[in-house]
Design a protein around this ligand. Structure first.
Ligand code: MG
Length: 402
């Protein structure tokens, strides 16, 4: 269970200008430019466009009055979904306690990682570095004792920021903020509060509950009073089990040879299939994600007839998909490889076919998992991985708790 919280252990992680950042990542011509996604209404604007006054939900015609050089592009929801999946895979790889709020933000409870990884601020820094390195997207993280404050902190740290609010400086941080920063305060409530001379969160806290209930009604009044005094007992609740699990690896240097890339893939498959079995699940679909040196991205998937949790079986499929891309990899280079298992089901009640055709041994997988649980995921590996680690003297995959 999540420990009772009297320390700042809740992370609120939120990608910056999400859609616009994906477009800038995928198209170098858009980088460092005032640009926005949306051709009628602005859905997301780059920070360069925001600096000129462009805002989300603004009409494009109006936005161009503020920012005559504004470049707008059509939304590509598939690209955003896939980027979101990459980011959530890193969240899930960081802690088991991930509560998704939207396509690009989540709460993460990281209090239990202190001994294994480090204090929340270190966990947050590792998370930010991984997301930047593996997905090429900027993310801001707020850390606090309560969910509300963590969210306010990430907002205050943007763009590309990190902000920890220590428990003893919570009210100092919160009280000077405008009332608009409180959850649930929109234009209407803001107007009512301003009319009574209440402009800051501190003034909301000082107004007292009775006065707030008179201004805003009983439930809103109490809600705002609690937030303004930072009374927020909500814990991070794991969102429902995901329909896919996966991991990816940014490749550096870009000119890794094919054998090295294949070795990395083996490590990814090992790690993800272990998580699959830890969750007592079976997979039907193997997906590989590629980002090539020329910025093209591509996803390829293969489904099997019988769902499985066998590493050798899933690895064989993954290697096959990789082999089909070999010519492209060798001409363009690869900057990212991802391995995802989708169409997951719970394994209960399903009789697995015994496989006598190769070395696939459920017993071997279970034994390997037990060693990894005990000694960490880098303690044991397949022979392909060993030879890679011997030849390149850097850790291939950062060791993260499952
Ligand atoms: Mg965001």
């Amino acid at each position: 269970m999540v420990p009772a919280n009297n320390q700042a252990t809740i992370l609120h992680a939120d990608l910056d200008a999400f859609y616009a950042s994906v477009e800038q990542r995928d198209n170098p011509a858009l980088q460092n430019m005032p640009m926005a996604v949306g051709t009628g209404i602005i859905l997301s604007a780059s920070y360069q466009a925001r600096a000129m006054g462009v805002k989300t939900t603004m009409n494009v015609q109006v936005a161009k009055q503020y920012c005559p050089g504004l470049v707008t592009v059509e939304p590509r929801m598939e690209a955003y979904d896939s980027a979101s999946q990459e980011v959530f895979e890193i969240f899930d790889d960081t802690t088991p306690y991930v509560e998704a709020l939207s396509i690009d933000e989540a709460f993460l409870e990281v209090g239990g990682l202190r001994k294994i990884v480090g204090p929340p601020i270190e966990v947050a820094q590792i998370l930010r570095n991984r997301i930047a390195g593996e997905t090429g997207l900027p993310i801001s993280v707020g850390i606090a004792r309560t969910k509300f404050l963590a969210k306010v902190a990430s907002g205050a740290s943007k763009p590309d920021g990190l902000l920890l609010v220590e428990p003893d400086s919570e009210l100092e941080f919160l009280h000077p903020l405008p009332v608009r920063s409180l959850w649930g305060v929109g234009k209407v409530a803001e107007g009512k509060l301003l009319a009574k001379g209440i402009a800051t969160v501190g003034e909301v806290a000082n107004a007292g509950i009775t006065k707030l209930e008179q201004i805003l009604g009983k439930s809103s009044g109490e809600h705002l009073y609690n937030l303004a005094n930072n009374i927020d007992n909500r814990q991070v609740t794991k969102t429902k089990r995901r329909q896919s699990i996966g991991a990816q690896q940014a490749l550096s240097p870009k000119n890794m040879n094919y054998a090295e890339i294949e070795t990395l893939l083996i490590a990814l498959v090992d790690r993800v299939t272990k998580r699959l079995r830890d969750g007592n699940r079976l997979a039907k679909t193997v997906m590989l994600r590629f980002r090539f040196g020329d910025f093209r991205s591509d996803t390829r998937s293969v489904s099997v007839a019988d769902e499985t949790d066998s590493t050798p079986e899933l690895l064989a499929i993954a290697r096959n998909i990789l082999r089909n891309r070999r010519p492209e990899i060798e001409t363009s280079g690869l900057t990212l490889i991802g391995f995802t298992l989708a169409n997951l089901s719970t394994g209960e009640g399903i009789q697995q076919a015994l496989d006598f055709t190769n070395n696939a041994s459920p017993k071997l997988d279970i034994a390997l998992d037990a060693v990894k649980d005990r000694f960490g995921t880098n303690s044991i590996g397949r022979a392909g991985l060993l030879s890679y680690e011997e030849s390149v003297h850097t850790p291939v995959i950062p060791d993260t708790p499952d």
